[in-house]
Design a protein around this ligand. Structure first.
Ligand code: SAM
Length: 262
């Protein structure tokens, strides 16, 4: 029995075992004893994860047919096969209260949501190795000045070092996706605090990129009627030109303006 691929769950099964082995080998899991795989499907990555005794592997899969398959083929995983939705699970309670590494050939339709969940749990997840749509991988890994640098690049690069590692063509999947794929690795950069109000940082970055072609003056004016008191050169820049450090500075400046009496 094999699992029938379901489009709604982003199921494109990797058929090339060498690539699966290469992806698993990218996981360093330094000082980590647990690994969680998102969306194991028929276990092409799981198989290699289980060969490594330096860490204990758990998997979370939303598809009951895949879960049945995994129970049949990987009896050694036993109660570490979690039937559930990665986006909804309480990771600290159900997986581990200690930091663990995350790996997966992601369901591409929800990859951004997966990264927002990672950000919410960043203290628990110091390393991620994942395959995703090449375009999204490029965006996440690109720096300021690039046309594809965006909200997720800034949020993730605030906390992680991102390496773009392998290109993967469509024909090694069943069914082949319509897009190219790529593997990236995110490693915690050691930062424990941003150096600004995190909630405001989130809002400033989002607001700035809402109008990515526009000068900051236009996109962030809603934060304070005194926005023109900020550095005039800064106000003429576009969000795609700002580094994480500059967004942090901008957040601090905006917070000061918001606190100042009108
Ligand atoms: N790892 C397998 C492979 O490489 O062949 C399957 C990868 S496939 C691209 C994505 C997998 O994620 C599917 O097995 C799908 O059922 C599962 N999935 C989709 N949404 C999920 C979710 N919210 N939580 C957990 N697993 C999910």
């Amino acid at each position: 029995m094999i699992v029938r691929p379901k489009k709604s769950l982003g199921q494109h099964f990797l058929t090339d075992k060498n690539i699966a082995k290469d992806i698993v080998a990218l996981l360093k899991a330094d000082n980590l004893t647990k690994v969680l795989e998102i969306g194991p499907g028929m276990g092409v990555l799981t198989n290699f994860l289980l060969e490594n005794s330096a860490y204990e592997t758990s998997v979370i899969e939303i598809d009951s047919e895949s879960v049945d398959y995994l129970n049949d083929h990987f009896p050694q995983l036993k109660d570490r096969i979690i039937f559930g939705d990665f986006l909804r699970i309480d990771l600290a309670e159900k997986i581990s209260a200690q930091p663990f590494a995350l790996i997966g050939n992601l369901p591409y339709n929800i990859s951004s949501q997966i990264f927002f969940k990672v950000l919410e749990n960043k203290e628990l997840i110091p390393e991620i190795v994942c395959m995703l749509q090449k375009e999204v991988a490029k965006r996440i890994a690109s720096g300021p000045g690039s046309k594809v640098y965006g909200i997720l690049s800034v949020f993730l690069q605030a906390w992680y070092t991102i390496e773009y590692l392998i290109d993967v063509p469509p024909h090694v999947f069943d069914p082949p996706p319509k897009v190219q794929s790529a593997v990236i690795r995110l490693t915690a950069n050691g930062r424990t605090e941003l150096g600004c109000n995190e909630k405001l940082f989130f809002k400033v970055v989002k607001q700035s990129f809402n109008q990515r072609r526009k000068m900051l003056r236009n996109s962030i004016k809603g934060f304070s009627p005194r926005i023109d008191e900020l550095d005039p050169v800064l106000l003429t820049r576009r969000p795609e030109q700002l580094s994480v450090a500059e967004f942090i500075d901008l957040t601090n400046s905006i917070e000061q303006l918001m606190a100042a009496p009108i």
